[in-house]
Design a protein around this ligand. Sequence first.
Ligand SMILES: Cc1cc2nc3c(=O)[nH]c(=O)nc-3n(C[C@H](O)[C@H](O)[C@H](O)COP(=O)(O)OP(=O)(O)OC[C@H]3O[C@@H](n4cnc5c(N)ncnc54)[C@H](O)[C@@H]3O)c2cc1C
Length: 393
Amino acid sequence: MDSKKPKALIVGAGIAGLAAAWWLRKAGWDAAVVERSPAVRDGGYMMSLSGPGLETIKRMGLFDKVSEVAHRLRENIMHDQRGHEMLRLQYEDFHGGTEGTAICRGDLARVLREALPDDAVRYGETVTEITADDGEDKVHATLSSGEKLTVDLLIGADGIRSSIRDRFWKGEDCLEQLGYSYAAYDIAFAKKLQADCVSFNCPGYLATVYSLGEDQKAALHIWRNPQAGPQDRENKMEAVHKIGANGPALVTEVVAPFETASSLVIDDLTMVTLKRWSKGRVLLLGDSAHCLTLISGQGACMAVASAEILASELMKTNNDVAKALANHEKRLRPVIQSLQAHTRKIAPVYIPAGALKYHLRNLFLRAMPYSWIVSWYKKSATGEIDLTQALKD
Ligand SMILES: Cc1cc2nc3c(=O)[nH]c(=O)nc-3n(C[C@H](O)[C@H](O)[C@H](O)COP(=O)(O)OP(=O)(O)OC[C@H]3O[C@@H](n4cnc5c(N)ncnc54)[C@H](O)[C@@H]3O)c2cc1C
């Protein structure tokens, strides 16, 4: 590490950690990232990039690189539980005026990784010991390699099950189960889909299959699971098998190989709600701080936007870390709270729990003029707030 620059250690090289490293370097910091995986993690689930996150990607000069690996989704054909077509959503109608880009998580991580120097990320490495005493303006960390580092800021960008959060926010009850589980994976699957994206709705269940190219598809299943908890992975695997056994033909076919998919992510929809995202010189960033879940469609976007805000506040305050962390939180928190409130509200609309709510929702979708539905979906994506405007300082 460069001895003259302020130093940061970032734990986790997901979207949040990689973006934080890039922005801190831009702010003149020496930022090292440790990632416990041996290499960039592949993960086939599809994400949309929009709003302030996409603006941040552009300011990083990475929009062209993102576009090279992005997927252009034109249409989503939604079906009801009997396999009847219910609605055709044209994606460009949602983005009217603003752009939206769909990208696999692993591809975005690779683009961010390649924007950093080779030695910026240490794969297969983690922190084993941290000392961050109250009132001290340095954090002392020991890495699994045995190396000892003293830094001005430690960032826990280590995801929803953050060990940095467990260590420094011990005893804070911050995991909020929304009552759903999900499975996301990509598979080799040659069959042509009716559209770039097809989805199937049943009471308490939603399946979406995306085309990643001629021979590759990505699948996402979300189902109601009021007893959801991280310990019941076997039950969740079982639930996906049942979905395959009872679903329409396409869902049965994509579920068949799901257990062998190396990209499989199977978990619960869990939000993280903390009163503060920093303690002294330790900051949580991304899902570790405020997981929004896939329902908001903004988790990765807000992670990169948050990294940029952090860097701008450090520059503005001339690296007064305490002030910068306070300003960062002040700008970001209202937006995150609004997205989380909206996520609670919208999840039961996307995946209605019982048959009555399901049929009422479908009646609405069938009866409403298309322009109303587009306007409702647009608002539902952001909780009706202009995220870019709200994040301005
Ligand atoms: C199916 C699905 C669809 C989604 N769709 C969208 C979307 O459309 N738009 C959107 O913006 N967001 C979306 N999201 C959310 C988005 O993917 C996340 O918010 C984002 O990836 C979080 O990034 P992160 O870096 O905070 O966490 P993570 O991606 O979880 O990264 C954490 C990293 O830390 C590493 N790590 C953990 N512990 C340690 C340790 N002790 N030491 C070292 N390393 C460690 C992990 O290996 C990992 O690489 C979606 C999520 C899912 C699951």
